[in-house]
Design a protein around this ligand. Structure first.
Ligand SMILES: N[C@@H](CCC(=O)N[C@@H](CS)C(=O)NCC(=O)O)C(=O)O
Length: 214
């Protein structure tokens, strides 16, 4: 188990929060390196060495496999890495892993890209562009909440037991006011969200500063 802290290179966004939540829940020591994406720091050459896509989050684990340092980018890859490293929230058997992977990939491929577009179009000034984009991506975002609601009607957490898939999804569900979704419309998601937010580790993951003081 790591004794030297993992570096979390992130900002105060859903993809950043997914990792601070996971690190807290796993009880791993870490230190935050803020990458202020409003100032273009994601394009700094030193950061691009860690995350060649120019996106947060990335981690550096000074005690990676074989005791050697390793860096990881892409939040889904980071979650799986941390699950493998700790054996927590990441089942050891393939049958257990399948639903975790399904819901993690659902988040990475859909419940992130769609609400992210809502966040983009909602900020546009031009009314026509705004209306078209918002309808398209708000409809899709609501459809995804309905998918999650059906799943959570039958399972306490996305993969049955609490897993890294929940950490991935809660990072985006946290932004439901910004993509204008009322969780009361999705009661099973609301129940899950309240359960997640009541967990001390999740609360710490959302409270840790991922922005520099102004
Ligand atoms: N697929 C990537 C997406 C990461 C991502 O979109 N990060 C955003 C913040 S949430 C970012 O770094 N944006 C800065 C930019 O696009 O320049 C992941 O899950 O890690």
């Amino acid at each position: 188990m790591t004794t030297r802290p993992i570096q979390l290179h992130a900002f105060d966004t859903p993809n950043g929060r997914k990792i601070s939540v996971a690190l807290e829940e796993m009880g791993l020591p870490y230190e935050v390196k803020v990458v202020d994406i409003t100032r273009g720091e994601q394009r700094d050459p030193a950061f691009l060495k860690l995350s060649p896509t120019g996106k947060i989050p990335a981690i550096v684990d000074p005690e990676g496999p074989g005791g050697q340092p390793i860096s990881v980018f892409e939040s889904g890859a980071i979650l799986i890495y941390l699950g493998e490293k700790t054996g927590k929230f990441w089942p050891s058997d393939l049958a257990g892993r399948v639903p975790v992977l399904e819901w993690l990939m659902f988040q990475m491929g859909a419940f992130g890209p769609a609400p992210g577009q809502v966040h983009h179009f909602i900020a546009l000034e031009d009314e026509t562009e705004r209306r078209y984009g918002l309808k398209r991506f708000m409809d899709e975002t609501r459809r995804l909440y309905a998918v999650m609601d059906r799943r959570l009607a039958e399972h306490e957490f996305f993969a049955g037991a609490l897993s890294i898939a929940d950490f991935a999804i809660v990072g985006w569900a946290w932004r439901h006011p910004r993509h204008k979704v009322d969780l009361a419309d999705f009661p099973h998601v609301q129940r899950w969200y309240q359960t997640m937010m009541a967990r001390p580790g999740v609360a710490r993951g959302f409270a840790v500063p991922l922005r520099r003081a102004a």
